[in-house]
Design a protein around this ligand. Structure first.
Ligand code: G6P
Length: 614
């Protein structure tokens, strides 16, 4: 949700900034802009639409070669996605340019005060208030970092801000509250950005800023303070992946590349989880075992795809640990006054670790005394930092807005957590845990097998192209996969799609079934006889009403053959682990359909990958 970058150093700043914006375009693509300082003046180019529009503008009307620059790619909140509302914003006195990620909640009151004293505004954004406030401070003689600290105290809401000042043209000053900011540490050059992807081409050395901090950056020095001006420190770390991970590697879409990375991503998530004694270990789970033994309820909070991973977790964790698990959409959680005690364990799932709804939910849970375990893919992001413990998913950077490897590794991490709790609470025998772990370890080659047999899905997408509505059915862990299959189609192919628990069909949704409506059905393994036979009946029910049935069933399941218009074979896995193989063809189908429809699969309309506003 908005990508921001600042650069100071010997390279051509506008080139570094635009390249960084390209790598962060997944964060928002309503507009983009760049500002540099040349000869005591701010030069600015900004354009509505994707970064390509900005690049065309820069071709037409180039910016000077300078050693300092800032850039922004926007997901619009306040003010429509127009050229005027694109960032950077410049103060009326022309002294300061600012980029912003987040929302200034009290912007209307601040703007009114400024307008009362005659400050003219150019845009409908909340951000421009910051530019004007900083411009006035600097005009009055304040140093840019001091000015930033002063105005941050006036702001309510979530923000990452980066500013440059024509009178101090060798510095970038940035601030953060509840929104991400990392510093890239180079040699004789430095960077600030929302995400390390923006500068990974130049340095893998990074500093993660803490809450309510201001950083003052020039070519050599990085000075961090809190909002009161006291010296502060950030957390230094090395990024473990490189530029190639942030590029498409010959695929047409990041999403397709990420679908194909899933075997490796799952293997990496599982790596190193066995201790020398063979027992399962979760290194970063810094909650004492004695406390985990007292937990009497687990609440999983998450949004979007991560929420569906949480629904899978419920089946696994309850079955293995006998602890009651509730799964809650993060944005609903704190508003319904949930029942939380010191014995409640909150498990939060977030690929980005930045989702504002999820962050606010865990803060609420903490205030009520719960311990928090984060399942997260982004090292050092806000959600794991504010949690008691973290299980990192090691999927590598996920850039396609529609989550794929993010999801499958979240599900894997949930399995690990469930097994770990079962181990320390003695709800499973060691050999039972080892058996599930063996099946999990065997999953990556089976996911690969699914990937190797996806070709017919391409034909299926061509056959079903133009259908206005799709239904997805599943039972047990197949139900969240049905929801996820439908979400993928909505997100990137913009077609109506709904996922249902197959048993609910007869209680309403079956009325939607009509001649030619495609119905995808995830069939549980035959080893779960009752479950299996119920789903086979559901396929017959929809087929009898004219549906086109797309059936996902395990190898050797012949019972479904007569009722499947299209049959996709899944490798045999235990029922609870089936999501690891069944989700893959659904992801691929959505990707194919959206490609055939001519849509931008990686940057679907109206969406952003990490949503840092509530
Ligand atoms: C956004 C994305 C979804 C994602 C959700 C949760 O809405 O568009 O694809 O599932 O956020 O993201 P998180 O980073 O918390 O997993």
């Amino acid at each position: 949700m908005c990508g921001i970058i600042g650069y100071v150093g010997p390279r051509v700043a506008r080139e570094v900034v635009v390249a960084g914006l390209r790598r962060m375009e997944y964060r928002g693509y309503d507009s983009a802009g760049v500002a540099v300082i040349d000869d005591g003046k701010i030069e600015l180019r900004k354009k509505a639409g994707k970064i390509g529009n900005l690049e065309a503008e820069l071709q037409r009307d180039p910016l000077s070669d300078t050693e300092i620059g800032i850039g922004h790619t926007r997901w619009a909140t306040h003010g429509g996605p127009t050229d005027e509302n694109a960032h950077p914003h410049i103060s009326a006195n022309g002294k300061v340019a600012v980029i912003h990620n987040g929302i200034i909640e009290n912007f209307a009151a601040l703007r009114e005060e400024l307008e009362t004293v005659g400050v003219p505004f150019q845009s409908g954004t909340d951000t421009e208030v910051v530019a004007q406030l900083l411009g006035r401070e600097v005009e009055a003689g304040a140093d840019l970092a001091a000015a930033m600290r002063t105005i941050c105290k006036l702001l309510e809401g979530a923000f990452t801000l980066v500013a440059i000042d024509v009178t101090q043209p060798d510095r970038l000053v940035a601030a953060r509250r509840d929104s991400p900011l990392v510093v890239g540490v180079g040699t004789d050059e430095n960077f600030v950005a929302s995400d390390v992807a923006a500068f990974i081409e130049f340095t893998r050395s990074a500093i993660e800023l803490g809450q309510d901090q201001v950083v003052d950056v020039n070519r050599e020095l990085i000075t961090i303070t809190d909002f009161a001006g006291n010296p502060a420190t950030g957390k230094h770390y090395q990024v473990t992946w490189d530029l190639s991970a942030a590029e498409k590697a010959g695929y047409d879409w990041f999403m397709r590349k990420e679908i194909f990375e899933q075997p490796r991503a799952v293997a990496d998530t599982l790596l190193g989880r066995h201790g020398e004694d063979g027992a399962l270990k979760l290194d970063a789970l810094h909650i004492p075992e004695s406390h985990l033994r007292t937990v009497d309820k687990i609440i999983v909070v998450a949004c979007g795809t991560a929420y569906y991973a949480g629904l899978v977790a419920k089946y696994a964790i309850e079955h293995w640990t006998r602890i009651a698990v509730e799964v809650e959409i993060a944005s609903e959680f704190r508003y319904r006054d949930p029942i939380i005690t010191g014995r409640t364990l909150v498990v939060t799932i977030s690929q980005s670790g930045e989702t504002a709804d999820t962050l606010m939910a865990i803060r609420h849970a903490r205030e009520q005394g719960a311990r928090i375990v984060a399942i997260c893919n982004t090292n050092g992001s806000t959600i794991p930092r504010e949690s008691d413990a973290v299980i990192y998913t090691h999927a590598g950077p996920e850039i396609g807005v529609a989550s794929t490897k993010g999801f499958i590794t979240q599900v894997t991490a949930c399995y690990l957590l469930g097994l770990y709790l079962a181990q320390i609470r003695n709800t499973m025998f060691g050999d039972e845990i080892a058996q599930v772990m063996n099946s999990l370890t065997a999953a990556p080659p089976l996911i690969q097998k699914v990937l190797d047999t996806l070709e017919p899905i391409k034909d299926l997408a061509r056959t079903l192209l133009g259908k206005p509505s799709f239904l997805f059915l599943g039972r047990h862990v197949g139900f969240p996969i049905a929801l996820e299959g439908a979400l993928k189609l909505k997100e990137i192919a913009y077609v109506h799609a709904e996922g249902f628990a197959a048993g609910e069909l007869k209680h309403g949704p079956i009325a939607l079934v009509d001649e030619g409506v495609p119905v995808f059905v995830i069939v549980p393994p035959r080893s779960r006889e009752q479950l299996h036979s119920k789903v086979v009946s559901n396929i017959q029910e929809v087929r009898a009403r004219g549906a086109v049935t797309v059936v996902l069933a395990e190898d050797g399941d012949d019972e479904v053959v007569p009722y499947a218009d299209f049959l996709f074979r899944l490798p045999k896995v235990p029922t609870i682990l089936q999501p690891l193989v069944s989700v893959v063809p659904l992801q691929y189908f959505a990707c194919e359909l959206a490609t055939l429809l001519g849509y931008d699969v990686d940057q679907p309309r109206n969406l952003a990958k990490s949503v840092t506003v509530e």
